[in-house]
Design a protein around this ligand. Sequence first.
Ligand code: ADP
Ligand code: MG
Length: 812
Amino acid sequence: METLEAALRPLRFAAKSPKNASVVKGLESTLKKAGRLAPGPAISSAVVALASGLDAASPGERHRRLVEALGLLESSVDAPPADGEARPEGPGPKPAPMERPRTRSRSLRAAVAPAAPEGPPPGSRTPMARARLGTALEQVVGVGPKTAEKLAKKGLRTVQDLLFFVPKAYEDRGTMRPIASLAPGERATVEGEVLLGQSRMAGRGRRIYEVVLGDGTGRLNLRFFRFRRQMMEEKFPVGARVRVSGKVSRFGAQCQMVHPESDPLGGGEDDGPVPVYPDVEGVPARSLRSIVQRVAAACGQQIQDPMPDEILQRRSLVPLDEAVARVHHPDSLENDGLERMRSRLVFDELLYFQLALGIQRTRREAEPGLVHAAVSAWELRAKELFPFQFTEAQTRACTQIVEDLAAPRPMNRLLLGDVGSGKTAVAMLAAALVRDGGRQVAILAPTEVLAEQHARNARRDLEANGLRIALLTGSTPRKSRQALLRWMKTGHVDVVIGTHALLEPDVDFKDLGLVVIDEQHRFGVEQRSRLRRQRDDVQPDVLVMTATPIPRTLALTAYGDLQVSVIDELPPGRTPIATRLLSNGEAAYARIDEEVEAGRQAYIVFPLVETSEKLELRAATEAFDELRARFPRFEVGLLHGRLSSEAKNDVMTRFGKNEIQVLVCTTVVEVGVDVPNATVMAIEDAHRFGLSQLHQLRGRVGRGQHSGHCFLITSEASERLEVLEQTSSGFEVAERDLQIRGPGEMLGVRQSGLPDIVLADLVRDAHVVEWAREEADALLAQDARVLGPDLLPLRTELLRRFSHRLSLAEVG
Ligand code: ADP
Ligand code: MG
């Protein structure tokens, strides 16, 4: 059988010098073979990528790639502990570093096989004390095969995976809490008497087991959805005193714990902090904890810290092995030591993540891009286009964009700013500049209403300056579409604004120079890149605008593949929109009466929940009739997503001309409708909207010279909504929204990076996000692909974690 060791021999010889490399025949196929023999897909694919085209490469390049590939292969070899005696117990094989004994290739597999662990044949299981970081859990004595299977489902396949499986919380089992003092959301340990224990039906043929515990201060419900009755009866006999630990949640007016851990009195775990791990289905919390802790104790010392010392010192990070040991075996909850341990692991997670994205980013920037002529006179151009002066923040963003446009690398930039901060104006300027340089611009919007809005703005700002504007949406008639496509192809259109219709395969440009994406969190990475690929020669420049500000930490994560410009200032003269929470609409309607009497206009917004669109629509339509009766002297219009785009346009146009004074609408207005004369907005059932969405909605009023009013009507008491009364900064609202809803929900759709982040909490760890970005940028500035020999451990770890995200082209 071929061994990796055998394949490495000629490679080692060849790697000694460029001359050696050119003497050895068939280097490419030898290296590929070695790559395929390497443990784990990450290293394998990296090596194979390095090998591709090797025979045809120049001698210098061939040698460089060979050294790099060999480094990867060698680094994956199971290095003995620095101190030969420190190997955890037992006389096991002790390969000397220089000799490379024949056992190497086997232990090598065990060392770094992240996804497809292999090892000794079945039956020869490894004692825990002798397991290596790469040993498959199913081979570790003390981890049952069933359990190993369950762990694998959660992505925990090797010893190393388990070491980095970090507790989500700690429970202080030493301190008993009176039941009356429990609050939903916290974790606690409680001691009490079993008052009741029963299995009962809980609808749909499902049984649950319920236990009621009393301690003299109150009662606590324990609920189990998966249980064996006999076991429950043994654990919770009525009258017995038991101790339970778990997360407290609300159950009607009382508190409950779902699937708590329980201990008979006296037989419990040690007092003191106990780590609580994320659930692994089918593995009881107690067994899980025991396995992780035993593995950590037995194998934790093998961890080698790949992080350069310089970074560790600069950020005052604790050594990796210490962090891992302490998170699994905390000595105390008191000091902030535990937090420092956690920070270290969070930092690593974020750093590798930023490195992975950063490599993609720098890689793209290294590709040829377009140089747009005539952008340096941008300030003059801005004066021609707009009757106002750019704010400082807008100017900063423009400078960055202009620099990108002038440079021979593709722009990939995110423009982040509050509603009304002037992002669109900046984007329109960029469009004009690109057109001045002779190229075309595509503006992609998430909805037709918004596309039409942009088209109106573009006609106002750009057409007067000689640019030819066109609109392409799903409702563009076939004939006009065909004509338009022809014009785009022949270069008779300068700026095309559209929806997803712009992504159709038959859409083609003569010379596309800039793509502006009004992101609204609705386009996925995939769609972004589809437009980017519109040209096959070079990448057009791309500018992404978010409609709602998102916290910078989230931007760095979800849009880590982009550069970020922030507009954190509103144009002068804007007064904040006065926002009030109301329990019913009457005060809002009275205000609408006043404002409309004074010649201004109003929105009344209804939520539209996707799952019951029809019902909601009926509600809005019914409300529309009522509101018409409520405002008999005004013209009331209705706008919702189900209307044909003609009907929508008609309503919008009439609202724009003040032929309609009160516009009843669903959230279609959310996306960028701009009627400066509208000064009041009433939002019904406001609790059904996200904070950021509400903030964005209210940004639709008070855009003109008169100040705006927003009424949030909700029958539910809501602390959450009070944030909107208190601040007018979209960034603050977003920060709060992120805290409450978490990143996934806040962004609405699945975003590029988020599924990869499990440890870090983007709110709590905001500063660590910044550190990681800075360090990753600094590393990449020195070494754009992390290829340097001193960074090899870092690179190996990066590949272990992120090979799925880094395509072959990017690692090779
Ligand atoms: P955003 O796209 O960020 O929501 P817009 O670019 O649509 O913001 O700007 C909102 C409104 O403010 C528009 O009517 C725009 O013409 C105006 N505007 C933009 N920048 C300025 C500025 N620097 N000074 C005054 N008005 C501005
Ligand atoms: Mg460029």
